[in-house]
Design a protein around this ligand. Structure first.
Ligand code: ZN
Ligand code: ZN
Length: 288
């Protein structure tokens, strides 16, 4: 679950999603966009319970669902059998899984697909804030009595010329804008270096790691990643922080996952349901 600029995005939907949302007190009405990485049960079965719960509470806002090609058919079939009188519209947005594409963009955020290597068409998602204009210093507006038409230009980075013909440099008039923050989500996938360029320098990379390095043959066979492989992607992409999860139930303890990844990429944390990670807003140059 991602909260970007106070808008909530739900990424992947395992069974019992609506129960989890209630448990963590996430208001249903806040979720308007759902991104499905691939059509395996542990990543989509929760969607139908969630649609049903939204209907029960009388939702009216359109729900946007993004997913690989076959998702439309899957949703339409489900609705035909179980739910033909919804209180809200569902807008299904299909994407191709072969190359990265921008699938959502507005004044706050853009979402780009990350093609992954799995047994079925699969994409991760890169969420990136849009660059906002520079902030003008209020005291400068007063000091030079800057008219509104010039304020817009100054916010875009222009210098200001006073009525006496003196040029005031932009750096004196404005504060640098907030750095754009970014988060990348990579679901089940075999080790894929194609990911590196897309997730370069993100603030947080979540990368699923189903197996430990000692089972790397099994990981390769089933097109999943080991903990070490996820850390190698994080290291090569020079991300700020790596989160790992989705460990196979074949392991009795999950402690080793974090240790294995940290050997390659120290800034790694193994996540649990309900964990919250924040990226603070700072002024300055963006890395991405
Ligand atoms: Zn899968
Ligand atoms: Zn999975």
């Amino acid at each position: 679950l991602l909260n970007a600029n106070e808008r909530f995005f739900l990424i992947d939907c395992g069974e019992g999603t609506q129960i989890q949302l209630r448990k963590y007190r996430i208001r249903f009405g806040k979720i308007n966009h759902i991104f499905i990485s691939h059509l395996h049960g542990d990543h989509i079965f929760g969607l139908f319970g969630l649609i049903s719960s939204f209907n029960l509470v009388g939702r009216t806002a359109t729900l946007h669902i993004f997913g690989p090609d076959q998702i439309e058919e899957l949703i339409l079939d489900h609705l035909k059998f179980f739910q033909n009188d919804l209180s809200f519209e569902i807008a299904v947005h299909k994407f191709q899984h072969h190359r990265p594409a921008t699938i959502l963009k507005d004044s706050n955020v853009e979402v780009i697909t990350i093609p992954l290597k799995h047994r079925v068409p699969t994409c991760g998602f890169l969420f990136r804030e849009m660059q906002v204009p520079r902030n003008i210093k209020k005291e400068m507006v007063e000091k030079y009595s800057i008219p509104i038409r010039d304020i817009v230009k100054i916010k875009e980075g222009k210098d200001y010329k006073t009525s006496q013909g003196k040029t005031i440099p932009n750096s004196e008039l404005t504060l640098p804008p907030f750095r754009t923050r970014s988060y990348a989500y990579c679901s089940d996938t075999a080790y894929s270096e194609d990911v590196i360029e897309i997730v370069k320098h993100v603030d947080i990379l979540y990368h699923e790691t189903t197996f430990l390095n000692k089972d790397k043959d099994l990981a390769a066979e089933t097109l999943h990643s080991t903990s070490r492989e996820a850390a190698e992607i994080a290291s090569k992409a020079e991300v700020r922080k790596l989160l790992i999860g989705h460990f196979s139930s074949r392991y009795k303890s999950y402690d080793t996952f974090e240790k294995e990844a940290q050997e390659v990429f120290p800034e790694t944390t193994a996540v649990n349901d309900g964990d919250v990670f924040s990226v603070s807003r700072v002024r300055g140059k963006s890395m991405t």
